[in-house]
Design a protein around this ligand. Structure first.
Ligand SMILES: Cc1cc2nc3c(=O)[nH]c(=O)nc-3n(C[C@H](O)[C@H](O)[C@H](O)COP(=O)(O)OP(=O)(O)OC[C@H]3O[C@@H](n4cnc5c(N)ncnc54)[C@H](O)[C@@H]3O)c2cc1C
Length: 479
């Protein structure tokens, strides 16, 4: 409690009820008098510091998207004793105008090929389906993330059939309920599909679907605020670190760094505010490569651990929304065509949304989020109209673009501490499946921070070291 705070509290509570209006009237008269003797116009507070971050926080999370908020949630949930750690989330844009989370298409599936990815999504589906067991806030209405249970339907050509079959084997071993379908079964179950060129399909019978990313983000925000997490609107622009020299087991001379201070540039101001901290979480999504660089990650000779960058960058992806009165009905799954084009229903009324990831050569300039409508005409519509003949007569209603937090090394998440910037932890790089895995990834990062190891799902294959060691995570189902 600050000096004088008690006195003010006592003063306010001693105003007899009914006299409050008198009190407010007097206050407003006093304000007017002060205003009349001060230079300048309307009454303004000269020093409103409510938007400033605290001077110290045990943990500073860079990025208030779904990843950052999930880490914040799990840190507070797993901390012992309650209230033990102070957590600050720094987000530069509270409208989230460019954040991947709110520009995603909200899908969750179990149909991955790497066991850890399946395990992450299996935990996340439990979290999402029981969202109020995790995110309910006393006296607030229950959270509704508009979960739409519906399987993913993955279609494979002759060339991809064997891989699809072996992926399903792994999915089943991990506990996912997925069935294989022949072209004939496909035609029977979904008569609106043209199975030409499809050799095999896999269909998720449980634990898949889509939901509203905004609702999840808002729910997480509301919950973590109720748990005491602090927020600050500002941009992380600098880290102040100390350094030590050491040698790796392979004899490489390295510099170990520890971040002591995070500088936050305050919105609409040239000022920055230093925040002393013990741990930094890099959850800056598509921009996490830049945040890593600010902390010195990758600043060393090429080919060394010291010179290994965080390979995460923004990659632009388009989403188109169309209407098709003759299109497939409510039982439509989330379809991933063998060509890579995808679509799903959007609400009722024969609206659909979909897109397709470009090839490496087609990658658009990520400078801005303008939509290329020709991409739909050339790359998305032809394969989808071939697969669903009713789509011959669709009408595009709107479109948007968002950034994948794209891991150029192997398109999988990066989770856990950096080996050299010893108190920076990553939760990034999920390249198109980060929304659905955020609930489980937040838990994994919190376990690492609080216990020093992964306790529930062993995510060692996702550690940063793999970039230096050249050990890719080979996930077949990157969309
Ligand atoms: C078109 C599209 C479709 C997708 N579909 C799916 C899907 O169906 N299922 C799925 O699971 N995933 C999907 N994704 C991927 C998913 O959206 C992302 O993996 C996930 O949202 C990443 O969350 P994040 O919190 O890391 O990133 P973000 O939501 O981008 O949050 C990062 C935040 O960091 C902030 N930030 C950055 N730098 C700074 C700084 N210096 N200081 C302060 N703040 C900073 C940014 O403002 C931003 O708000 C899709 C993505 C796109 C673009």
């Amino acid at each position: 409690m600050f000096p004088g705070q008690e006195a003010v509290g006592t003063l306010l509570s001693s105003i007899p009820s009914g006299r409050e209006e008198d009190w407010n009237g007097k206050m407003s008269e006093i304000k007017k008098k002060i205003q009349s003797v001060l230079p300048g116009g309307a009454w303004t507070q000269l020093h409103d510091t409510s938007y400033l971050p605290p001077e110290h926080s045990d943990v500073v999370i860079v990025g208030g998207g779904v990843m950052g908020l999930s880490v914040a949630y799990w840190l507070k949930r797993l901390e012992r004793p309650r209230g033990a750690i102070r957590v600050l989330v720094v987000e530069r844009d509270h409208t989230y105008s460019q954040a991947s989370t709110v520009l995603s298409v909200g899908g969750i599936r179990q149909q991955f090929s790497v066991p850890e990815n399946i395990q992450l999504s299996l935990f996340s589906i439990d979290f999402l389906r029981n969202i109020n067991e995790y995110l309910a806030v006393v006296d607030d209405p229950p959270l509704d993330i508009q979960f739409n249970p519906s399987g993913y339907l993955l279609l494979a050509s002759e060339k991809g059939a064997a891989v699809l079959e072996s992926n399903v084997r792994v999915q089943r071993q991990e506990g996912a309920k997925v069935c294989l379908m022949s072209p004939e079964q496909l035609r029977n179950k979904f008569p609106w599909i043209n199975p030409e060129g499809v050799a095999l399909a896999s269909y998720g019978m449980e634990h898949e679907g889509w939901f509203d990313p905004w609702s999840l983000l808002q729910g997480l925000r509301r919950k973590v605020q109720s748990m005491g997490v602090l927020f600050c609107q500002g941009e992380v622009t600098r880290f102040v670190s100390s350094s030590n020299h050491a040698e790796t087991p392979s004899g490489e001379e390295v510099t170990l760094k520890r971040v002591h201070e995070v500088h936050v540039k305050i919105d609409h101001s040239l000022e920055y505010q230093p925040v002393e901290c013990a741990i930094v979480i890099n959850a800056a999504g598509a921009w996490s490569g830049q945040i890593a660089e600010l902390a010195g990650v990758g600043k060393g000779p090429p080919g060394t651990l010291q010179g290994t960058k965080l390979p995460v960058e923004p990659r632009k992806r388009y989403v188109y929304l169309w209407n098709c009165p003759q299109g497939p009905g409510l039982e439509t799954p989330f379809v991933i065509d063998a060509s890579g084009a995808y679509f799903r229903r959007e609400g009722l009324g024969n609206n659909y949304l979909g897109g397709c990831s470009p090839t490496e050569e087609e990658e658009p300039d990520p400078e801005n989020l303008e939509v290329d409508h020709e991409f739909f005409q050339d790359k998305v519509w032809p394969p989808l109209a071939q697969r669903v003949p009713a789509f011959e007569s669709l009408k595009v209603r709107s479109a948007w673009a968002g950034y994948y937090d794209y891991n150029t090394f192997d398109q999988n998440g990066v989770v856990g501490p950096h080996p050299l910037v010893v108190n920076m932890y990553f939760a990034t790089g999920f390249s198109g499946h980060g929304l659905q895995q955020a609930p489980a990834v937040g838990r994994a990062v919190a376990e690492m921070v609080l216990h020093g190891n992964f306790q529930t799902i062993n995510l060692s294959p996702f550690l940063f070291n793999r970039f230096h060691l050249g050990e890719k995570v080979h996930e077949h189902n990157i969309i």
